[in-house]
Design a protein around this ligand. Structure first.
Ligand code: BES
Ligand code: ZN
Ligand code: ZN
Length: 485
């Protein structure tokens, strides 16, 4: 898909289709070209509502307001409606500026790329977005006018961000037998080569040397051996050093504490955190951000078998802490415990974030569309929440407390891998991770549980059915801000 930015008036641009964004409250205004027709069609201009006027070659979409968080999903819904339609190969659209900032232009471009996403790998009849050319007219409807240079820059950044999100979606949507730990490592190696990043990959032998017994226990029953990926984006004069850690469970059957059948489907998505880290590294390197970013992914498959780790096992994590296993389905935290310890040993970072589909409890607590943000200190949590807001992702804070922390106590080991209460499962999982954060990093760490938004079995806003690429946009926004500081 090619974007062209022009100062030409929208009506003078040649394209198969014009996309027109209308706010409900503006529908009655004379400047809406097709007001009468739209009324006849029953178009009310509600958020994400569509009306295609075939003879006029215009596609209308409603928005609540011209804010980026309204424009992004509306444009995406419009583009998604065109997937499989071969009649339109070029699109023209005016820029809608709420103010003189480039935020709504960026949101529009993100909406176009994210909405055109289609996962086809396993379909015989492949559907595609046929739009190849997008003409963006800077003609202004109000006093705000963008200069071409800042528009070009905004579009360039938005494209990188949206393509990185789609890259993550592709990895997550890929089935567990096509995307197992060695495949994730290959994807990371290819990315490192293409984008000129350093990479190192640990295999079981090195993991044993590093004393990662918790990760290795989870991995043991699978025919697919684990990998620990470490990608590095290192500019000359970085403003800060950031470590990202992603949960990359290429499949989570639950292990011997086997998941019920209905809960096992979609567990290919348990690699969403790790896949997000790969997408973030892709965007950061393409944007060439002035921050040093280390991306770690613990890629493991949790299976059953004669060799499986068991409830009642006691494992020693890399930092020497012993863990009583009471449920093998709480495996993500075991993998992350070792990867977090390794990441902290390798890098002394200014900030440390982990991204994981860690708990069903987080989905119960805050719903399908929102990530839970946890940690011991306010600053990194607030940074994530603020970045999420501007990115179009939803995130909310879940506070730790000393009473929930106590529910992880074990009678025979240092800590238990599950809590003794059925309630507050997202927070107790976060508290468990906190036990593997060094004193030096305690105030610098935040944990992001993306179990809800990472994979949803219906389309929502700019997200398609299946993988959303959750975490990518918010973390890139966060890193962009640190790079500008
Ligand atoms: N991968 C799951 C969490 C999950 C659930 C992600 C639903 C996405 C959607 C995780 O490994 C898990 O199974 N967690 C258990 C923890 C429990 C055993 C304490 C859970 O949430 O039930
Ligand atoms: Zn699990
Ligand atoms: Zn899991």
């Amino acid at each position: 898909m090619h974007f062209n930015i022009t100062t030409e008036k929208i009506k003078e641009i040649n394209a198969d289709l014009e996309l027109i964004i209308v706010a409900e409250k503006n529908l009655k205004h004379a400047f809406i070209k097709d007001a009468k027709l739209l009324k006849k069609a029953g178009f009310k201009g509600a958020q994400d509502e569509l009306c295609l006027l075939v003879e006029k070659e215009r596609l209308y979409v409603g928005v609540e307001s011209l804010a980026p968080e309204s424009i992004r999903p509306a444009v995406a819904v419009a583009l998604r409606s065109l997937i499989g339609n071969k009649s339109y190969t070029s699109l023209k659209v005016a820029t809608y500026l709420k103010d003189a900032s480039t935020a709504s232009l960026q949101a529009m471009v993100e909406g176009i790329v994210l909405g055109s996403y289609c996962f086809n790998r396993y379909k015989s009849d492949k559907q595609h977005a046929a739009i190849k050319q997008v003409e963006l007219s800077l003609e202004s409807y109000n006093e705000h006018q963008l200069d071409v240079q800042s528009a070009i820059k905004a579009v360039h950044e938005a494209k990188i961000l949206a393509h990185a999100t789609n890259f993550t979606r592709d990895i997550v949507n890929t089935t567990p037998d096509d995307c197992y730990p060695a495949v994730m490592a290959d994807i990371a190696s290819r990315l490192a080569k293409e984008n000129k990043m350093d990479i190192s990959i640990l295999k079981p032998k090195e993991m044993k040397k590093e004393k990662m017994q918790a990760l290795l226990a989870v991995a043991r029953a699978s025919r697919h051996k684990p990998r620990l990926i470490h990608l590095l984006h290192k500019p000359k004069h970085p403003k800060a050093v950031i470590t990202l850690v992603g949960k990359g469970l290429t499949y989570d059957s639950g292990g011997l504490s086997l998941k019920p059948a209905d809960y096992m489907v979609t567990m290919k998505s348990d690699k969403s955190g790790g896949s997000a880290v790969l997408g973030i590294m892709k965007a950061v390197s393409e944007l060439n951000l002035d921050v040093e970013v280390h991306g770690f992914v613990g890629a493991v498959e949790n299976m059953i078998g004669g060799d499986a780790y068991k409830p009642d096992d006691v494992l020693t994590a890399k930092n020497g802490k012993t863990i009583e296993v009471r449920n093998t389905d709480a495996e993500g935290r075991l993998v992350l415990a070792d990867v977090l310890c390794y990441a902290q040993q390798e890098v002394k970072a200014d900030y440390l974030f982990d991204v994981a589909t860690l708990t069903g409890a987080c989905v119960v607590g805050v719903g399908n569309y929102t990530s839970g943000v946890m940690g011991n200190s306010n600053l990194p949590k607030e940074m994530v929440l603020e970045a999420a807001k501007s990115s179009g992702e939803f995130a909310t804070k879940l506070d730790f407390n000393r009473y929930l922390k106590k529910t992880l106590e074990s009678q025979i080991a240092d800590i238990c891998n599950i809590s003794n209460t059925r309630y507050g499962g997202a927070i107790t999982a976060g508290e468990f991770l906190s036990a593997f954060i060094d004193e030096a990093h305690k105030e610098k760490w935040a944990h992001i549980d993306i179990a809800g938004p990472a994979f949803v079995e219906h389309a929502w806003g700019e997200n398609p059915h299946g993988a959303s690429g959750a975490g990518v946009r918010m973390m890139v926004k966060l890193l962009e801000k640190l790079a500008k500081a």
